[in-house]
Design a protein around this ligand. Structure first.
Ligand SMILES: Nc1ncnc2c1ncn2[C@@H]1O[C@H](COP(=O)(O)OP(=O)(O)OP(=O)(O)O)[C@@H](O)[C@H]1O
Ligand SMILES: [Mg+2]
Length: 271
């Protein structure tokens, strides 16, 4: 299926969609009219060659970076070029390709930085409603400990985040995003550089999030993972949406095979 074949029904059920996103860096075009929709309640993979613009698209959709043009909708709300905190309030959170833990803080503290409902920042609350602030702190800490338990990081809660392994840092990224109870989660290569056992685990965590109703868009190079857990695939090449569909359909698409799958299949058979 080509991008022009996206049905009205699919768009109607989109948790997140974008149209004609463009972005250049000093004259170099990184994203060149990317358009796609992410079906609600499903796991969608965003795949494509290195430099295709996947991370830039995630940066733009999450409000971490401004686009040069194009629109974005969360449900039916136009959120084009909103700030990241406004996008987060709409229930969209993201993780980073290169983990961005606060290394000097503990694992637990990393989860307590600016959770969604915290009113403790407000001076009014600190002076006039200290009980409320304390209660919220306690509830947030409890929730953070539960999240750490879920993602296997509870025993490491008092360790400095910088002491974690690469895989544990990926889990911390996911934990931080989940802490905000997102409706939509964008994961930028959540399994890159992670050992096979942990890949399996992270795949399970992502499926659990889907079972809870979270819509997921994940950038992923590992096609075995895509095949196992993703319902829907978007192929990005040279900043454009080349095709969308199921991975099995895309394997039959000559343009996709030429642009990306051929290269990935060759690489895996050479191993
Ligand atoms: N901040 C930046 N400044 C300049 N160029 C950038 C910047 N970010 C990305 N680019 C360029 O934009 C293009 C798209 O990069 P992007 O990181 O979005 O690709 P990607 O699909 O995520 O690649 P990968 O699979 O390697 O992570 C690349 O040519 C990259 O060099
Ligand atoms: Mg990237």
């Amino acid at each position: 299926m080509s991008v022009n074949d996206v049905t009205t029904n699919e768009v109607a059920n989109a948790a997140l969609s974008c149209e004609g996103i463009v972005k250049s860096f000093q004259g170099v075009v990184a994203v060149n009219g990317a358009s796609f929709s992410v079906p609600e309640g499903q796991i969608t993979a965003l795949i494509g060659p290195n430099g295709a613009g996947k991370t830039t698209v995630v940066n733009i959709l999450s409000g971490s970076m401004k686009s040069d043009g194009g629109t974005e909708h969360i449900g039916s709300t136009d959120v084009s070029n909103w700030e990241s905190y406004q996008i987060a309030r709409m229930g969209l959170m993201r993780t980073f390709q290169l983990s961005r833990e606060l290394g000097g803080l503990t694992v637990l503290e990393n989860l307590l930085v600016a959770p969604k409902t915290q009113s403790g920042e407000s001076l009014f609350n600190i002076f006039f409603r200290p009980g409320k602030t304390k209660r919220e702190e306690h509830a947030n800490t409890q929730r953070a400990l539960d999240v750490l338990q879920t993602y296997g990081l509870y025993a490491l809660r008092d360790n400095r985040a910088r002491e974690l392994s690469g895989g544990q840092k990926k889990l911390l990224e996911i934990s931080r995003a989940v802490m905000a109870e997102p409706k939509i989660l964008l994961l930028d290569e959540p399994m890159a550089g992670v050992n096979p056992a942990l890949i399996e685990k992270i795949g399970g965590y992502i499926l659990d999030l889907k079972a809870k109703g979270v819509t997921i868009l994940m950038v992923e190079h590992n096609l075995n993972v895509v095949e196992k857990i993703c319902d829907h695939v978007i192929v990005l090449a040279e900043g454009r949406t080349l095709a969308t569909g199921r991975l099995s359909e895309l394997r039959e698409n000559k343009e996709v095979v030429r642009a990306y799958l051929g290269e990935v299949i060759d690489a895996s058979s050479a191993r």
